[in-house]
Design a protein around this ligand. Sequence first.
Ligand SMILES: NC(=O)c1ccc[n+]([C@@H]2O[C@H](COP(=O)([O-])OP(=O)(O)OC[C@H]3O[C@@H](n4cnc5c(N)ncnc54)[C@H](O)[C@@H]3O)[C@@H](O)[C@H]2O)c1
Length: 395
Amino acid sequence: MNSKNQISIIGGAGHVGFPLGLVLSSKNLNVNLIDKNVEFLRKIKSGRSPFLEEGSDKLLKSVLKKKKINNSTNLKDVQNSKYIIVCIGTPVSTKLNPKLYSFLNFFKQLKKYLKKDHIVIIRSSVYPGITKKIYEIIKDKCKNLSYCPERIVQGQAIKELPNLPQLICGFSVSSKKESMFLFKKICKKIIFTEILEAELVKLFSNAYRYIHFSISNQFYMICKKENLDFEKIRKIMRDGYSRNTNIPKSGFSAGPCLLKDTMQLSSFYNHKLPLGHSAMKINHNMPKFIVNELEKKYNLKTKTIGLLGLAFKAETDDIRDSLAIDLKKILEKKKIKTLVSDEYYKSKDNINKNVLIKRSDIIILSTPHKIYKKLKIKKNKILIDIWGFFESKKN
Ligand SMILES: NC(=O)c1ccc[n+]([C@@H]2O[C@H](COP(=O)([O-])OP(=O)(O)OC[C@H]3O[C@@H](n4cnc5c(N)ncnc54)[C@H](O)[C@@H]3O)[C@@H](O)[C@H]2O)c1
């Protein structure tokens, strides 16, 4: 039986589904998080967030206390909901094409439990045209399909969701109206679009960010060749010159979304996306570039290298597609003694950051977690700060 207050979120223990579930349930809506990840669901049930997400611990405790959030591993449980929000992953293959088969197959499974008055909302970042294909799969059971892409930055969803305009498009008047009704509860502004427009808005946004970051990484490489400090040059570029205000810092541009969505876009355009491919080449080459630069100056076989940070970006414990991990693998393959420390991601070889600094000859800041600002690194250590994080302390 469908109840107006019941929402199922599939992928509800994930980085998109979990914070969305928290925010919706905090608006007095009953939310069921459906996920295959039993361990994450167990954590959520016990009041602990499965990963770092600002503000989530407090909100989770409050919605658990009010009995507004449940969880389940059984897709069949969508039958008890009115709204079904799909937040599962949309990865690309090693050949950089989207894995459409498993995504479409998921909707074939979901279809078994759909009824005509369900509202199905796709939240994942999808390959353009896929929403229409999904409609073709489910339409004889349910015509209410919307695409409402998630646009938060990972780790900040609870803060961002109320402030970001929500894009809504769909195949029926009901799907658009009901999606608006739902999202109006958590955000102020709704923007209606065509389906292909929303699919492209999402991919263009991530590809734009990824390409944007690669520009600074390319400049960083040029500076290194000339023994110059890119962060100092960037500061001068922006000083009183508003046209350069938005130039980003250099750094490891990685993670599960930016590259993946750039490649979804490339695949959609028959892999004729030279900007996207150049960005991938530049960004992905950063770890190798750093090791090559170090090898030009030092005999690395006699040095211990310490990697400060393993997560793909600051203030997260997520190592998915992290370039810090790539860097670690390169060093280990070359049999260079490598130590690692991360504030939030704890692997078995994780050591304390101060111990790492003490024991390393070369310290590479691979993830700029804020807490590292307070570190005291002696002048006799070689510090590689690709992020322009320590600025004056830089080597
Ligand atoms: N991570 C982000 O910040 C972000 C932001 C915007 C959009 N997105 C997009 O949202 C989607 C999800 O990304 P994510 O980072 O949350 O991924 P994630 O891996 O953190 O979460 C996906 C969750 O779905 C679950 N899952 C997968 N298949 C399932 C199934 N058949 N049944 C039940 N559960 C299933 C997984 O166990 C996992 O917990 C992707 O398309 C991504 O590109 C992500």
